[in-house]
Structure formats: structure tokens, C-alpha cells
Design a protein around this ligand. Structure first.
Ligand code: IDP
Length: 160
């Protein structure tokens, strides 16, 4: 258990980031990828895909009883999403900070939602909210062979 905790707290923490259908439609995929690249995080997996209702019900399993869930489902089924796995120290919490608040109107300028969107039901991106959920979501959206192991040349310039 202690070993697993050290592993998760290391530079190989992973998060699941997804550009939602509105972000793809609005041409924001590159901007969102760019922010994670510029921060220094490492891209481990990337694909454009049309999610199914079954996958979305698993992904949002904690929200299926919410009144807004049918609208959320319709929104997420409305077009392709860009699914990504990013890796690096503290990437789950930092990724959430980079995304901003769930409601874009509460998101500070400089965050992705604070810069690019207005309504909670069209908030352009998803980011895992805990290390445990990140691993669960990565397992839902990616198969093991879609996640690549590679050494970024900038690693010694990012980590002390
Ligand atoms: P998160 O995406 O910031 O983690 P969650 O509470 O997990 O927020 O909600 C998932 C998604 O469901 C949100 O990103 C948003 O698109 C949608 N959502 C959440 N709350 C509402 C709401 O009150 N009305 C409409 N959509 C909502």
C-alpha cells in the first residue's frame, strides 16, 4: 500500500482529460493540448472518438441520478470528443486548476473554461477529480496498448 502511494504521488501520476463535443466543434482541441504541453506534462494517449451512451453512463456513474443527467448525456453524445491521458507530478490537481471551475462563470480568466466558455452545460472539457478516478476513467476510455511509454527530452529541465 505504501509503495502504491509513493508510486501515485510521483512524477508518473496520470489524469484523464477530454475535450467535449463543443470544444471539438469550436476548434479548441489544439489550444487545450497546447496548455498541457506548455505546462510540461507528458502526452501518453490521444484519440478522437464518438462516445457511446454505455461508456458515458460508466464515466458519469456518480451523476446518473441527477436531474441534469439526460441533458448531459445528450450533450456528450452530440459529436466526437478528444480523449487524452496526461502524465506528470500533481497532474490531477493541477489539471483541474488549469480547467477551472465546473461552472465557467466561476472560472478565473487564464483557466481553460475561464477563457473559452460561458455555460456549465457547455463547458468544453473534462478532467479527473482524483487520482483514483483518473485511473478508473483511463481504464474506461483507453486500452493498455493505446497508452505509450516514451521519454520526453525535456524531463531533466522540468523536474529537480
Ligand atoms: P466536473 O466536470 O467539473 O468534474 P461534475 O460535477 O462531475 O463536474 O459534472 C460533470 C459535468 O456535468 C460538468 O462538467 C457539466 O458539463 C455537467 N454539469 C454539472 N452540473 C451541471 C448542472 O447543474 N447543469 C448542467 N450540467 C451540469
Amino acid at each position: 500500500v505504501a509503495r502504491a502511494r509513493v508510486h501515485m504521488a510521483g512524477n508518473d501520476e496520470r489524469t484523464y482529460i477530454m475535450v467535449k463535443p463543443d470544444g471539438v466543434q469550436r476548434g479548441l482541441v489544439g489550444q487545450i493540448i497546447g496548455r498541457f504541453e506548455q505546462r510540461g506534462y507528458q502526452l501518453k494517449g490521444l484519440k478522437l472518438m464518438q462516445p457511446t451512451e454505455a461508456l458515458l453512463r460508466q464515466h458519469y456513474n456518480e451523476l446518473v441520478t441527477k436531474a441534469f443527467f439526460p441533458r448531459l448525456l445528450e450533450y456528450m453524445l452530440s459529436g466526437p470528443v478528444c480523449a487524452m491521458v496526461w502524465e506528470g507530478k500533481g497532474v490531477v490537481a493541477t489539471g483541474r486548476m488549469m480547467l477551472g471551475a465546473t461552472n465557467p462563470q466561476a472560472s478565473a480568466p487564464g483557466t481553460i473554461r475561464g477563457d473559452y466558455c460561458i455555460d456549465v452545460g457547455k463547458n468544453i472539457c473534462h478532467g479527473s477529480d482524483s487520482v483514483e478516478n483518473a485511473e478508473r476513467e483511463i481504464g474506461l476510455w483507453f486500452s493498455a496498448d493505446e497508452l505509450l511509454s516514451w521519454t520526453p527530452h525535456s524531463r531533466p529541465w522540468l523536474y529537480e
